[in-house]
Design a binder for this molecule. Structure first.
Ligand code: IVH
Length: 673
């Protein structure tokens, strides 16, 4: 590096030292999962480096850790020509096809010793990371295999990608090949947010990972918890690698994350044992995989086998059986949601898809039904992608008999009979009647739900009875309910009536974020509610905030802002909030206490909690002074295990970290399980 005349040599040295240290901590935290300093100490190092770079701009370099999120949004992506093409893989769907591949290999190589490496095929987006003399200089998508898009600033936001080679001397040049992915959990969270904003959902982790990489604003990429596994190299200069296994070890030493489940196999029989093992186990991983990649281990043999224009002959992908099934659409029904949106849903003859019985699949909206041309009576292929609700993939038109019936979106709301509306620019058909029982009920259910006011024991049935008896019309009415009124309800004994009243009473002590979420403002999901609450801290401040003030909050934007402001302009909505406050609903101020009973403990959650939502649990832990992390590290003190836990439970068990069942966790945070 040249020394700019303005920076004294001790500053240049300090900057270099900070970069090295910070990258070392990134490696320990993100690659080997064994951090040695606290987040606060890390932040101090990063801040010192930022300050020095701000004072001496001549010292800034693109491979500084400060640049991981520092790049401005670009207008478009430049094209990158891969030095070595990024090929795809031939597929095998059965043992016979695997045997056929093996025979072709043996035919070319002759009767020589042959070893393999089996790896999981990660379902994400392929990238190529170019390192020149040890510096990460370019990262690109696969594109058409010959040329991809330059997404370097976006890839820099992934902290497990080393900006510098960890081993000296580094190779003159190498293209590291890797798969970028999102965990199922991250995908579910992103989709939940998108659903709240009524944006189209990502159908699978691959689309989500690719979409996140192809963001023009690296800040958006940085907000998505992307990670990657490296699985090979393209062009390499200045190293001699003899086997694939050696290549992976070399990449690991250089600071990359490789998948821990690969296996060296000395024979085809060992390969054949690996496949069923992972066909059974891959559902337990926290990320999606769609098969096993089998690679000939020796690089010399790989060279001898060569490649077709599409794929190498030395590797093959054995695909896991698709998580799809065929069934019949016995009806298409229309649901009216809390926002009045009419959603067509295919009612299906029950069918098992990856171990779960599916009886319905969303058709999203009218245009989707037309595009896929789904008719009542059709045979269809359905699939479950990750945590996403089942989806109709396509219609088996060849099975049509002519008796199928076309679906028509009703002209009036199926619940209240009001003529429905569909604005030109929107795909959603809506019931415009805010007094529609479907909307009222939807709103009440939402208000009482766990992530909102969390009124235990107030389910659908009780709410229907309360509405039918005209005891309540809106959420504020709940707080005026009296014991004798409840006792008049069907199936309501004194004890359960009292329990319900107690639960309603308890819900008054809440947080601003929960209250905002509970109001059911369009586009305000749990996360947006948290952001608004953290910013405004007071319900009146939110209610009176001008459009610009809401729009300019990071993470909000004009669509949400418009929705929030319009909501609070409505006199009936203001009156509702007023009545809630008068009834004693008391959102506590937002600040987390500096210390609390959970101070010093770090929690990691895995699996689905039954009695509270993830954001709720996180909020409670933080309110009690504890910290929450997304992965198990040396700093983790407690792992909370919900239904269908992922690999984190296993990691915790191995490391001897305390495991808490949901009930134990609830007791700990002072809730009654
Ligand atoms: S090796 C020249 N190994 O699958 C051989 N690919 O269908 C290149 N993938 O574009 C592929 N996990 O994005 C290989 N362990 C793994 C993989 C893997 C996922 C993806 C990769 C590639 C696609 C080929």
């Amino acid at each position: 590096m040249t020394t700019p005349s303005s920076a004294p040599p001790e500053v240049v040295r300090r900057v270099e030292q900070l970069r090295r240290e910070i990258e070392e901590h990134n490696y320990r935290y993100f690659v080997v999962d064994a951090p040695t300093i606290s987040d606060a100490e890390y932040d101090l190092l990063l801040r010192e480096l930022r300050d020095l770079e701000a004072r001496y701009p001549g010292l800034q370099t693109p491979d500084s850790p400060t640049q991981r999120v520092g790049a401005p949004p670009s207008e478009a992506f430049a094209t990158v020509v891969h030095r070595q093409p990024m090929l795809s893989l031939a597929n095998a769907f059965s043992v016979e096809e695997l045997d056929a591949w093996h025979r072709r290999v043996v035919n070319i190589l002759g009767d020589v010793p042959l070893a393999f490496v089996c790896e999981l095929k990660i379902d994400g987006a392929a990238v190529s990371l170019t390192y020149e003399h040890g510096r990460f200089t370019r990262g690109a998508t696969r594109g058409d295999g010959q040329r991809g898009e330059d997404v370097t600033p976006n890839l820099r936001t992934i902290r497990s990608i080393p900006l510098r080679w960890r081993v000296q001397p580094p190779p003159a040049l190498v293209e590291v090949r890797a798969e970028v992915y999102l965990t199922r959990e991250a995908l579910a969270a992103i989709n939940q947010e998108r659903a709240a904003r009524e944006e189209p959902l990502f159908a699978n982790p691959r689309n989500a990972a690719a979409g996140s990489l192809r963001q023009l604003d690296p800040q958006v990429t940085a907000s998505r918890p992307l990670d990657l596994f490296v699985y090979g190299v393209g062009a390499v200069e200045g190293v001699d690698l003899r086997t694939h296994r050696e290549t992976l070890a070399w990449l690991r030493e250089a600071g990359f994350r490789t998948n821990p489940h690969g296996r060296h196999c000395e024979s085809l029989d060992e390969v054949k044992a690996y496949i069923p093992e992972w066909t059974a186990r891959h559902h337990d991983l926290s990320y999606e995989t769609d098969g096993v990649v089998i690679k000939v281990d020796s690089i010399a043999q790989q060279a001898e086998l060569g490649a077709t224009s599409q794929a190498p002959r030395w590797a093959i992908a054995y695909k896991f059986p698709a998580e799809q099934a065929i069934t019949r659409v016995n009806n298409i029904v229309v649901y009216v949601g809390r926002t009045g949106a009419l959603t067509p849903v295919a009612s299906l003859d029950p069918v098992a898809v990856s171990g779960v019985t599916v009886t319905s699949a969303t058709l999203h909206n009218e245009d989707e039904v037309r595009r896929k041309d789904v008719r009542i009576g059709d045979w269809v292929v359905v699939q479950r992608a990750g945590e996403v609700i089942p989806d109709v993939v396509r219609v088996l038109t060849e099975r049509r008999t002519g008796d199928e019936r076309l679906f028509e979106m009703p002209k009036t709301c199926p619940v209240c009979g009001t003529p429905v509306v569909r604005p030109e620019s929107e795909a959603v058909t809506r019931c415009p009647n805010p007094a529609c029982p479907a909307q009222v009920m939807g709103g009440l259910i939402h208000f009482a739900s766990r992530g909102a006011m969390n009124i235990e024991g107030l389910g659908w049935k009780t709410l229907v009875r309360l509405v039918e008896k005209e005891l309540i019309r809106d959420p504020a009415d709940l707080y005026a309910l009296r014991l004798e009124q409840l006792l008049g309800l069907e199936r309501m004994a004194e004890k359960s009536a009292q329990n319900l009243l107690d639960a309603i009473e308890r819900s008054k002590r809440t947080t601003l974020a929960r209250l905002l979420y509970a109001l059911g403002i369009r586009h305000v999901g749990a996360t947006v509610a948290e952001i608004l609450a953290a910013h405004f801290r007071d319900i009146h401040a939110v209610m009176d905030a001008p459009f610009e003030a809401v729009r300019d909050i990071p993470g909000i934007g004009p669509v949400i802002a418009e929705s929030v402001v319009t909501f609070f302009q409505g006199p009936e909505n203001r009156a509702l909030v007023q009545r809630l406050l008068e009834a004693g609903v008391n959102p506590a101020p937002q600040e987390a206490p500096a210390g609390g009973p959970l101070t010093g403990r770090q929690f990691v959650f895995t699996g689905t909690l039954q009695r509270c939502t993830r954001p709720e649990a996180v909020a409670r832990v933080e309110a009690l002074g504890g910290a929450v992390a997304s992965s198990v590290t040396v700093r983790t003190t407690d792992v909370v295990v919900g239904e269908q836990p992922g690999s984190k439970a296993e990691q915790a068990r191995k490391r001897g970290i305390r495991l808490l069942q949901e009930a134990e966790f609830l007791t700990l945070i002072g809730e009654h399980p």
